[in-house]
Design a protein around this ligand. Structure first.
Ligand code: SF4
Ligand code: SF4
Length: 482
């Protein structure tokens, strides 16, 4: 077997043979009670007397056994463990963000995406810098502080210079008390040099979904265009890290190939980044294939139901406890609710998945990348989160404090996250309530902040956060963070 997590060659760190061997191992162990119990024991969080927290995580083989487990009471235990880990590391905070589609011009032939080059029915659009300004003002007026930029791959319409100029435009806009403080970028695999330019432009996370780790399926699903090159795509995160980007976000599009195969591949990718660069992925996203323009998800026969989807989320949470997890508005309110308790730490809110979608009055369908299941406003999502007992957070502090990559991981492991994320969540929520919330959401939020301030372990931090929140309520002072 050619499996080597330290290799820089895609076929070696995502070894097909190792994945098949992992699936065989999982099938052999899926009813082995003693073995599964030992894995669950190993994955439990350990609370040290000095307040720090440790969680060993699991390797792709162990996690694959959990995913395959057929013993009902152990499956329930697994969900409880995921919830415990989620609570230990992320508390009751959920970070909010929105996607911003810059351009749907694309030269690739991805068979599951309506932006594929051969689609002649979809309206093509690329935002000018002035249009980006308008979109960003609309997003700021909703209360968003964190964006994920999306653009198709097209060296003529969307060259790197266009992306860089757009990032500059976005960071320069300060409408009323609005501010975009972190721009994450989801663009096609590119060169080390271009990643370096993105880093210099001040991006947060570089996000690139693998779509599928199954090489043969990958090549069939991407029949034309530069994305056809499996190796170039799969090795993109190594180039991104070489270019200085140390927060990278990975993910697969569940529904394209067999989910157990993808799950093992995803964790092997995380292990590879850790082995080579000393830091695993910053986030893992779990998109599922959805209907859009000329795409019918029933054409793909690997769809997964909500139950399996939840189990995947729980198993990822247990396997990589320090990695943030993202779910988008592709999923319904009901699915998102369940996913939150099991491990999701970031969600998008009030998303428009079309180019220019935020400035159009009606939700436009003719340029959408996928159907949005959760169509609530940001205010409704914020209120909903609070009603469920979560603190909606607009925090971007780590990136701005230079706590990226391994420095971010050190914070996670230090046990100080509760003294950092928690007050930051409350201060950014106070900004949202003051500047953008409806009266009902505002009232509910202020009560929540009052209650939650008392739960910050460090009394000094709690006092300072309380003072900052008072000045947010009373003045235009903004952007406090630890
Ligand atoms: S998935 Fe991305 S690369 Fe593929 S067609 Fe859609 S926009 Fe283009
Ligand atoms: S303090 Fe850092 S880890 Fe915590 S919510 Fe803010 S950005 Fe995220």
């Amino acid at each position: 077997m050619n499996y080597n997590p330290k290799s820089l060659q895609a076929e070696e760190f995502i070894s097909h043979e190792e994945i098949l061997e992992t699936l065989r191992f999982a099938d052999e162990k899926k009813n082995d009670r003693a073995y599964i119990e030992s894995i669950l024991e190993k994955a439990k969080p350990i609370y040290n007397p000095n307040g720090s927290l440790h969680c060993g995580g699991l390797n792709h083989r162990e996690a694959s056994v959990l995913l395959a487990c057929e013993i009902p009471d152990l499956n329930e235990k697994m969900i409880k463990l995921a919830e415990e880990i989620k609570l230990a590391f992320y508390g009751n905070r959920i970070v909010l963000f929105a996607p911003l589609y810059l351009s749907n011009y694309c030269v690739n032939g991805c068979t599951y995406c309506p932006y594929h080059a051969k689609n002649k029915t979809i309206a093509r659009r690329k935002l000018t810098q002035e249009e980006i300004r308008q979109e960003v003002i609309a997003l700021q007026d909703m209360g968003h502080k964190r964006l994920a930029l999306e653009a198709g791959e097209d060296p003529v319409h969307n060259p790197i210079e266009y992306i860089l100029e757009s990032i500059k435009t976005i960071y320069s806009i300060h409408h009323k008390n609005g501010d975009i403080r972190r721009v994450n970028v989801n663009i096609a695999a590119t060169t080390v040099e271009n990643y370096r330019k993105l880093k210099e432009a001040g991006i947060g996370t570089y996000i690139l979904f693998q779509e599928t780790y199954h090489k043969k399926a990958y090549e069939e699903l991407h029949p034309t265009g530069p994305k056809h090159d499996y190796r170039y795509h799969t090795e993109a995160m190594d180039r991104a890290m070489e270019g200085g980007i140390d927060d990278v976000g990975i993910g697969v599009l569940f529904g394209l190939d067999k989910y157990r195969y993808e799950f093992a591949g995803l964790l092997m990718h995380a292990e590879h980044l850790e082995a080579v660069h000393g830091v695993g992925p910053h986030t893992i996203s779990v998109p599922r294939l959805k209907k859009a323009d000329d795409i019918d998800p029933t054409q793909f026969d690997n769809g997964i139901d909500d139950e399996i989807f939840s189990k995947i989320i729980a198993c990822i949470r247990i396997a990589v406890p320090y990695t943030g997890m993202i779910i988008s508005t592709r999923e319904s309110e009901e699915v998102r609710k369940k996913a939150l308790s099991m491990g999701i730490s970031q969600i998008s809110g009030a998303s428009r998945t079309s180019v220019g979608g935020y400035t159009d009055q009606e939700r436009p369908h003719d340029t959408e990348q996928f159907d949005v299941s959760d169509q609530r406003t940001l205010d409704e999502v914020v209120k909903w989160l609070m009603d469920l007992g979560y603190i909606p957070s607009f925090c971007t502090a780590c990136y701005r404090e230079g706590r990226t990559g391994d420095r971010f991981m050190a914070l996670c492991k230090s046990g100080q996250i509760q003294n950092c994320c928690h007050p930051n969540a409350l201060m950014t929520l106070a900004e949202y309530l003051t500047d953008y919330a409806s009266p009902e959401t505002g009232k509910c939020g202020e009560e929540l902040i009052e209650k939650e301030l008392a739960t910050i372990p460090n009394a000094n931090r709690s006092r300072i956060a309380g003072e900052h929140i008072k000045s947010i309520y009373k003045s235009n002072k903004r952007d406090f963070y630890f």
